[in-house]
Design a protein around this ligand. Structure first.
Ligand code: B12
Length: 482
């Protein structure tokens, strides 16, 4: 590895917000994937996670000085999630103030949604915004900069103040991408034995009206969902195991592959003799049958499924193009428990069509799932993102959009966790049924309902051979829901 490094930076939510409304300690898999790719192409890479530096007591000035001390040939700032909007721009600005000639790009899913706006309004400190998967564009940039050619005008997916010359370009064979390391970004994660696994890239085939995943794949340059092979996923897990990681979470579109993909992954893990301490999979309530769930339970010490149930109202689900059979949800959750898995449930408030009766139905389904051992994990007010069907066609859903551009959404960088729970400043929409204050109140209502019904969980696991740690689950619920 020769030459000055390409330095990846996970920015803070904002340099002025010590308690952001959403977690800021995660490692963006996009950063890790791009770093592994460039390294595989012979370039030196490095990475700094600014929120974790703050956590360790470093100041903003320290973080900027440490990045500059690496004498980067390019700084690539990650903006994968909405709440890092302001921090990503502020990081670029601070770096540029110290080194006016330093090439700086921003990339990641959230940046890609607003590539032109960000590039046009921040041209003084950002050379461009990469929309979409960034392996090909970053390689073009690294080659040109290492040869002293400056930033070329024909980089796929690169948006500058003049717009984009070319659409995003992806690497077709996802299994040819190198496995990534959690050591790329420093300091190390707060939970050094936990990692997220990337199993697929591209557009989700479901069309849930609120979700950005059906569109984001396309925006990123990949129209179809492409899965990694089970062996390649196990390669990734094996590499991370060697770094001391034993608990894994799969939160991408893996569930779309249903039982077939889950069984194949479990088989591949067992063939290699790799037995994770914990394997967590995100899913729709109907993604897996007993076949898939048994395979998950068999291949690890603890298998958990995070079910995005979202609502208990079949009417609201139908309005939002989501199938829901409450009886089948309860059966699925019960079946997961009987197979030795821990099922978690995730809920939303502020969906189009959600009135008081619908909220009562959601409470009803929360209660029924808790009765069979379903552990509520999170209640989130809907964040209405651009390009989703609701954002594109608000009148069809009786919705009023409050946020349009990048600057509107940047409020997520400014508000604190306490403000987000109590106030509705960050709500990007109102529905025909609920104002933003009422949506905030609906989320609180569901959280309080869960807290008041924790005895249901205790009853469900009474006398069970294998029971989740209900004490810590309860503490987490009370802490985050009150
Ligand atoms: C797995 C996942 C998570 C996991 C782990 C993510 C991780 N470690 O990266 C966790 C649980 C942490 C997570 C949390 C959240 N997530 Co999330 N997450 C995803 C998911 C499902 C997959 C992302 C992924 O890792 N893909 C694999 C990598 C390789 O692909 P990629 O991210 O697209 O990266 C490519 C490009 O974007 C680009 N790129 C990415 N980063 C960078 C950085 C640089 C510098 C450059 C140049 C390029 C670049 O290059 C990459 C490779 O080509 C996506 C949806 C999806 N299907 O993609 C949502 C998604 C990104 N998450 C989302 C959200 C909202 C959240 C939360 C805010 C949810 C919440 N309310 O709490 C939290 C907060 C995040 C945090 N920082 O804590 C939204 C983002 C929308 C937005 N505009 O902000 C998405 C799109 C889901 C959705 N439907 O809304 N998430």
């Amino acid at each position: 590895m020769t030459g000055d490094p390409i330095v990846f930076v996970q920015p803070p939510a904002s340099f002025d917000n010590p308690s952001p409304c959403l977690d800021d300690k995660q490692f963006g898999l996009g950063i890790l994937a791009n770093a592994a790719w460039l390294q595989g192409q012979g370039f030196a890479v490095d990475g700094i996670h600014i929120p974790l530096m703050f956590h360790q007591g470093f100041s903003a000035e320290d973080a900027i000085a440490i990045i500059l001390a690496k004498s980067p040939m390019l700084v690539a700032i990650g903006l994968n999630w909405v709440h890092f909007s302001r921090g990503a721009i502020e990081t670029a600005k601070r770096l540029r103030e110290h080194r006016p000639d330093l090439p700086i790009v921003i990339g990641g899913q959230h940046a890609g949604l607003f590539a032109d706006e960000i590039a046009a309004t921040n041209a003084a400190w950002v050379d461009g915004v990469i929309r979409g998967e960034a392996e090909v564009p970053l390689l073009c940039l690294a080659q040109a900069l290492s040869e002293g050619r400056g930033i070329p005008t024909d980089v796929p997916g690169l948006h500058t103040a003049r717009g984009a010359a070319l659409p995003p370009k992806v690497i077709g064979d996802v299994d040819s991408l190198p496995v990534y390391s959690y050591r790329t970004l420093k300091p190390r994660p707060l939970q050094p034995d936990v990692a997220a696994i990337s199993t697929a890239r591209g557009a989700c085939p479901f069309r849930c009206a609120w979700c950005i995943e059906p569109v984001v794949g396309r925006l990123q340059g990949r129209t179809k969902l492409r899965f990694h092979s089970p062996n390649r996923i196990v390669d990734q897990m094996q590499a991370l195991t060697a770094e001391g990681i034993s608990r894994f979470t799969i939160q991408d579109n893996f569930f779309v592959g249903g039982d077939r993909k889950l069984v194949a992954l479990a088989d591949a893990l067992m063939r290699r003799g790799l037995r994770p301490k914990h394997l967590n999979v995100f899913a729709h309530p109907d993604s897996f049958s007993a076949t898939g769930m048994s395979a998950l339970a068999a291949c690890c010490e603890l298998g958990t499924i995070d079910y995005g149930i979202e609502t208990g109202s079949t009417r609201v689900a139908a309005i939002n193009n989501r199938s829901l059979d409450p009886d089948a949800v309860v059966e699925g959750v019960a079946s997961a428990v009987s197979l030795g898995l821990e099922p978690y449930s995730w809920w939303m408030a502020g969906l189009p069509g959600e009135d008081d009766a619908a909220l009562s139905e959601t409470e009803g389904l929360i209660a029924r799932t808790m009765d069979v051992g379903g552990i509520p994990r999170w209640v989130s007010p809907l964040i209405l993102f651009p390009q989703t069907d609701i954002h594109l066609n608000p009148e069809r859903y009786g919705v009023r959009r409050r946020f349009e551009g990048f600057a509107d959404y940047s409020v997520f960088s400014e508000i604190t966790l306490a403000e987000a729970v109590m106030f509705s400043e960050a709500l990007a929409h109102e529905t025909a049924e609920a104002t933003r204050d009422e949506i905030t109140a609906a989320a609180l209502r569901l959280r309080r309902f869960i807290a008041a019904n924790l005895h249901r969980l205790h009853r469900a696991y009474e006398g069970a051979a294998k029971s989740p740690d209900l004490g810590s689950i309860e503490a987490r619920i009370r802490q985050s829901f009150m």
